[in-house]
Design a protein around this ligand. Structure first.
Ligand code: XUL
Ligand code: CO
Length: 428
């Protein structure tokens, strides 16, 4: 990269300095990538990923205010020149931060053209550069996704649009997205149902829309098979925003949908805790539910503010939250081929380039602390032992039969006649 402009001049590779003073914010105080915990390096447990759209395409605009982050030098030039500069800046950032993965939407990577052919040509040109930068740096694609929600054609949804012409456009876009995933060796491919839902039930044929969405996923699974694409498909639940109601409401709704349509072997879930809390659950709820069904594939590790009902995509800094998430991840044996993707943005007031580093460093340290805590909880075994004891009645006798599915209601009745009331705090 030496032949090219440096975007983060004066910022060296971020190091692990455990005894750094509180004022030293440009180093890791907890994230030590090569340190081994429970047989695996921290880097391997955490599999951090930088999100291209927030950190390199984000403008700082909000519903009440204009962009504040447009001064980034990588925004200069024609849209295609800017796309290339932006990509070089991003790879310099990944390398200096020491993160091995990134995620992007097709339309973050390169500008949309006047026709599908033109958009695809732009994508070909920019992904050629992405491939070159990936080979030079060793940074890989954690996942690709298609933006099926920003363009006006998708105002009534993509796979659930009432007009098949729009659904066809989304299909053509996903076909290209899967080709790009193959070209760049993406480890996963995400479907976030941006506008797959409704604002009014009165103008919506819910059954038809859900059937079309399942059909759309089946087409994607068939094309993936056809081109020999090896990545994991993921669905990212979200209950609302931008739609009033979104079909992929939360982990349990998506798991039910996938099982109903026989898609559970083709997909896992990408859980974003800020979406989980929007659904009215606790931060870790959907991580735990998805994992319980063997369907936790990846995590968009961000947070909202508990006192807000919005998707604010903040960097996660709460150690209690990161501890509970990492406990689930370690207990299920890791996230690979998924990872912890920072679907998070600096605030619109955080206009300094350095802020991009500080935000990521803080979140990476928060997860490193969460990992250490989780390993401590698991290795010390106290909670695991208590939970095992709590369910110990299922390890023998009638409990064992319930466990293996062979128990009958008649046996329940006979058991109660013989043993009476369950033992509780108040029984004698
Ligand atoms: C939106 C969201 C998306 C997906 C990818 O709330 O989380 O950025 O992660 O489309
Ligand atoms: Co997300």
């Amino acid at each position: 990269m030496a032949a090219h402009e440096e975007f983060f001049a004066g910022i060296p590779k971020i190091q692990y300095v455990p005894d750094a003073g509180p004022g030293d914010v440009m180093c890791f105080k907890h994230y030590n990538p090569t340190e081994v915990l429970m047989g695996r390096t921290m880097e391997d447990w955490l599999r951090f990923s930088v999100c291209y759209w927030h950190s390199f395409c984000g403008t700082g605009a909000d519903p009440f205010g204009f962009p504040t982050l447009l001064q980034r030098v990588w925004n200069e030039g024609t849209p295609m020149e800017a796309a290339k500069k932006r990509l070089r800046a991003a790879f310099e950032f990944f390398t200096k931060l020491g993160v091995k993965f990134y995620t992007f939407h097709d339309r973050d990577m390169s500008p949309e053209g006047a026709t599908l052919e033109e958009s695809n040509k732009n994508l070909d040109e920019i992904t050629d550069l992405a491939l070159q930068l990936q080979t030079q740096t060793g940074v890989k694609v954690l996942w690709v996704t298609c933006n099926l929600f920003a363009h006006p054609r998708y105002m009534n949804g993509a796979a659930t649009n009432p007009d098949c012409h729009v659904l066809a456009y989304a299909g053509a876009q996903v076909k290209k997205g899967l080709d790009v995933a193959k070209k760049l060796g993406a480890e996963n491919f995400v479907f976030w149902g941006g506008r797959e839902g409704f604002h009014s039930i009165l103008n919506t044929d819910v059954a038809a829309e859900l059937k079309h969405m399942a059909g759309f996923f089946k087409m994607a699974a068939r094309y993936k098979e056809k081109i020999g694409l090896k990545c994991q498909f993921l669905i990212e639940p979200k209950p609302k925003e931008p739609c009033r109601h979104q079909y992929d409401y939360d982990a349990m709704s998506v798991i039910g949908f996938l099982k109903h349509h026989g898609l559970e072997r083709d997909f896992k879930l990408n859980i974003e805790p800020n979406h989980t809390t929007l659904a009215g659950h606790s931060y870790e709820h959907d991580i735990v539910v998805a994992s319980a069904f063997g369907m936790l594939g990846s995590v968009d590790s961000n947070t909202g503010s508990p006192d807000l009902g919005w998707d604010t995509d903040q960097f996660p800094m709460d150690i209690r939250n990161t501890t509970l998430v990492m406990k689930t991840i370690v207990e299920q044996g890791g996230l690979q081929p998924g990872g912890l993707n920072f679907d998070a943005k600096v605030r619109r007031e955080s206009t300094d380039l350095e802020d991009l580093f500080i935000a990521h460093i803080g979140a990476m340290d928060a997860f490193a602390r969460g990992l250490r805590n989780a390993v401590h909880i698991i290795e010390d075994g106290l909670i695991t032992g208590m939970v095992k004891e709590r369910y110990s009645s299922f390890s023998h006798g009638l409990g064992q039969k319930v466990e293996d599915g062979s128990a009958t209601l008649e046996e329940m009745e006979a058991f109660i006649k013989e043993n009476g009331e369950p033992k509780t705090l108040y029984s004698t």
